[in-house]
Design a protein around this ligand. Structure first.
Ligand code: 2AM
Ligand code: CA
Ligand code: CA
Ligand code: CA
Length: 269
């Protein structure tokens, strides 16, 4: 992608994301209409839909030749990642948004012919923007994020995991994951995939592993984690396909091999 074009795209995307976030902050205490999707705990609100609508109408008007993959239904049905594709989650962490009024993010990844060019993750209530351009490093607001330490010890690592990994599940023997949790230093569950990717990029968590995420949960995070030298695959070290759901492991490369070889692959069902 042409670098000048990309810079313009980045500035425009950033402006829309910050504006959408400001609107959410201003309306955070307004009454909400909450619906459920696949199950009673799978929530969606008028704010999720309104934010997606705002972003997508702006994109379609300004860049009619671009494509969009997004969660709440205003995007396109794509069979390929050819061309320029925006991959959008208007609110990542809707349960946090509804119950906690914090710890949720707007996530926007922009890919060109399948290559991640721009990643934006906006922690709305904290007013912190994680951003990256391919080859240009990653930032938290205006501060460059350092590359992840190559010295990270597996035993001193903190992993983002949700508790379903410790229950009987279809992917990995839960006993193996119980062993993993006892072996590492600690585990955390934030409830927003995008913010967990941002934490890995910032080096305040060393990895994040999850069973079943959609492209919009991870597209921006992949670009940002890449830019600090992190790696993202599925839970077994295989390549992610951004046209479908995947299990996901994003982490410091220093712990990747041990995590996959001694745990997820070993316990794979
Ligand atoms: P969402 O809030 O945009 O739906 C929570 O663990 C993470 O998983 C969030 O990033 C959440 O994104 C995502 N997620 C995907 N599908 C979900 C579901 N059915 N229920 C709850 N969270 C889901
Ligand atoms: Ca959702
Ligand atoms: Ca999401
Ligand atoms: Ca969402």
């Amino acid at each position: 992608m042409d670098l000048e074009l990309r810079e313009a795209l980045y500035l425009q995307a950033k402006e829309w994301v910050l504006e959408a976030g400001k609107t959410i902050r201003e309306k955070i205490n307004d009454p909400l209409t909450i619906d459920t999707k696949s199950d009673p705990n799978d929530l969606v609100t008028t704010m999720d839909k309104g934010t997606e609508y705002f972003l997508i109408t702006n994109i379609k008007e300004t860049y009619p030749e671009h494509f969009i993959i997004s969660e709440e239904g205003y995007g396109d049905e794509l069979q390929s990642l050819d061309g320029t594709v925006w991959i959008i989650d208007p609110i990542d962490g809707t349960m946090n948004f509804v119950h906690q009024k914090r710890n949720f993010a707007i996530s926007v990844g922009i890919y060109h012919d399948g290559v991640g060019e721009i990643g934006l993750i906006y922690d709305v209530m904290a007013d912190q923007l994680y951003s990256a351009k391919r080859g240009g490093g990653a930032y938290k607001n205006k501060t460059a994020l350092p590359r992840l330490s190559e010295q990270k010890s597996f035993y001193e690592s903190i992993l983002g995991l949700n508790h379903f990994w410790l229950c009987e599940n279809r992917l990995v023997d839960e006993k193996v994951i119980q062993n993993l949790v006892k072996t590492i230093r600690g585990s955390r569950t934030y409830g927003s995939a995008a913010l967990e990717f941002a934490s890995v990029a910032e080096g305040i968590m060393d990895g994040y592993m999850t069973m079943d995420l959609a492209p919009w949960d991870i597209a921006a995070g992949i670009v940002i984690v890449d830019e600090v030298g992190g790696r993202t695959t599925n839970a077994f070290g295989e390549q992610i396909n951004l046209l479908q759901k995947n299990s996901v492991l994003t982490c410091n490369p220093a712990i990747q091999e041990q995590l996959i070889n001694d745990y997820t692959k070993k316990g794979r069902k």
